[in-house]
Design a binder for this molecule. Sequence first.
Ligand SMILES: N=C(N)NCCCC(=O)O
Ligand SMILES: [Zn+2]
Ligand SMILES: [Zn+2]
Length: 314
Amino acid sequence: MPPIGPLDSSRIPRFAGFATFARLPRIDEVDHADVAVVGVPFDSGVSYRPGARFGPSAVREASRLLRPYHPALDVSPFAERQVVDAGDIAVNPFHIGEAIEKVQQDAEALMAGGTRLVTVGGDHTIALPLLRATAKKHGPVALLHFDAHLDTWDTYFGEPYTHGTPFRRAVEEGILDTAALSHVGTRGPLYGKRDLEEDRRLGFGIVTSGDVLRRGVDETVDALRGRIGDRPLYVSVDIDVLDPAHAPGTGTPEAGGLTSRELLEILRGLRDLHLVGADVVELAPAYDHAEITAVAASHVAYDLVSLLALEKSA
Ligand SMILES: N=C(N)NCCCC(=O)O
Ligand SMILES: [Zn+2]
Ligand SMILES: [Zn+2]
């Protein structure tokens, strides 16, 4: 049976009907899914502007315009693989610990049959349970983390589970391969020099947004690929890695970021790595204009789905 694809936009206008990601079938409409896009509408871990709980529905709306063939990667992801929308993981907005447990459980259940996930957030807190679920299946994973921020801080207000702390927790828990951890797009003021020293001690290498500008996409990609090798790889994209001009709809914007063109070109350089899962987080549509950020996030998700569709073992 060939995969069930998205609705045909030449027959049913793309602005009509229910919004699933890229107008794909829901998970309950297929027997097996190779790749699932799943939402996590959770933003109780944020330190500044709230609103990322509306990220998944904004990405679904903006993704109506996606088309089935990806020319830069030369792949038709929805024809090569069964890609679905798995809906949203229903999490408790009043209890971060419970929400984290639920994300992990539901991600594990979705992944049990070999389905790979592109998760749409939600704030960056959710990367921790997603990495736990991924490491349970694949062992400690390499991490490519696109973000203005390090997200390796220790606690906020004494709390260990926030959107600024997931990757420190993940290193402490041994679910990351500390030989292959990279931040890309890092910039902006920190609390102190110690932030960088502690981040380095955890094993991270940093490619700042200035480095991307000076080195260019190709050199950046070569350096990242060399570090990742053939390890199982998880890619986490905080949409605030983009400059606020390219992504105003986010909770902790920082000036001087990547363009959406740079981000997409770097992602396209990741083909033929062993990608096992990915997320796109921190889209807060209330601060967006004309869907600028939602369109960028939907294209990032499409590129991640396309990379997973190219995976031989998917
Ligand atoms: N956007 C994410 N994930 N983290 C930002 C935390 C920065 C801060 O509150 O100081
Ligand atoms: Zn960030
Ligand atoms: Zn982040």
